[in-house]
Write a protein that binds this ligand. Structure first.
Ligand SMILES: Nc1ncnc2c1ncn2[C@@H]1O[C@H](COP(=O)(O)OP(=O)(O)OP(=O)(O)O)[C@@H](O)[C@H]1O
Length: 270
């Protein structure tokens, strides 16, 4: 059997106490396994721990350099063979982040205001290799922007000249430019027009599938994931309350939160 891309076993993740706030356990006893090539949705209500798990799995906070960052305090969490409970630093951290593409929530807000879309999307290529061929960079940028259904001409625009949904899609392109083996995308369709949300997630999953790569796509909206993911993992108050294909999870709701999802999905289908 091949090595899993991500393996969590009884993982507990905690935000440390600081000044007046006590420590807070955001993820409790979570176990999951993502195999190479799988596209998995991580779903749950607000505050269920999705972003915390996504951020820690992407290696953000594994260094323990900032006290406010969440960290693994129980169980084991391995991503691409790196032990994130131990922490990953220096060159090993660079290797981890080369393999893991991370699209944080609200990442479109951090696009640099005076860089064109083409420059922003290509930047990770040149940050890795300052001699990267300009022509092939432009071609890769154009291909990604086109796949993400952005109009021709977007490449030369500045972030403020785009809609929030277009900016979000530019951030997605940026997170995919290094062809990550594992993409962790946190609410990739935030701000994107509802009519194209499914299509945008579909592009992410198709691009990852074409390369045999893996993705964990965080969303609070089941419908956005429906046509793209192989499986979902449902989190509620930091605990896994459902795992399987969307149909299987909804057909056998063992937890009231999942039953609510099933009712909502049933209502939409009528
Ligand atoms: N820096 C922090 N310090 C302490 N607690 C935090 C911190 N960040 C998040 N939390 C808490 O951890 C829990 C999980 O938050 P998280 O952002 O992971 O949820 P989420 O499922 O991604 O929610 P949303 O869908 O609203 O983004 C919440 O109760 C939140 O208040």
């Amino acid at each position: 059997m091949s090595e899993p891309v991500m393996a969590a076993s009884d993982v507990t993740i905690e935000y440390p106490a600081h000044s007046v706030s006590p420590s807070y356990t955001a993820v409790r006893g979570v176990s999951m396994r993502l195999e190479p090539g799988e596209i998995v949705g991580l779903i749950g209500s607000s505050g269920s721990g999705k972003s915390t798990l996504a951020r820690v799995a992407a290696g953000q906070g594994s260094g323990g350099s900032r006290d406010s960052l969440a960290r693994v305090v129980g169980g084991t969490l391995d991503v691409l063979g790196f032990d994130l409970r131990k922490g990953v630093r220096g060159r090993r951290f660079n290797r981890l982040t080369y393999g893991v593409g991370y699209l944080p929530q609200d990442s479109s807000l951090s696009l640099v205001s005076n860089m064109t879309v083409a420059e922003s999307v290509a930047e990770p290529l040149f940050a890795r290799d300052k001699h990267f061929n300009e022509k092939s960079a432009s071609l890769r940028v154009a291909t990604l922007l086109d796949a993400l259904l952005l109009p021709v001409g977007t490449a030369l625009k500045l972030p403020h000249e785009l809609s929030s949904g277009q900016r979000q899609r530019v951030s997605i392109a940026r997170s995919l430019i290094l062809d990550p083996v594992f993409l962790i995308a946190d609410e990739p369709t935030a701000g994107v027009d509802p009519s194209v949300r499914g299509a945008v997630v579909d592009v992410i999953s198709t691009l990852q599938r074409e390369r045999g790569a893996t993705a964990l796509i965080v969303s609070h909206d089941l419908e956005v994931l429906r046509r793209s993911v192989d499986r979902i993992i449902v989190l509620h108050e930091g605990v896994v309350v459902g795992v399987g294909t969307i149909d299987d999870v909804l057909a056998d709701p063992r937890h009231p939160y999942v039953a609510g999802l099933a009712r909502a999905a049933g209502g939409r289908a009528q």
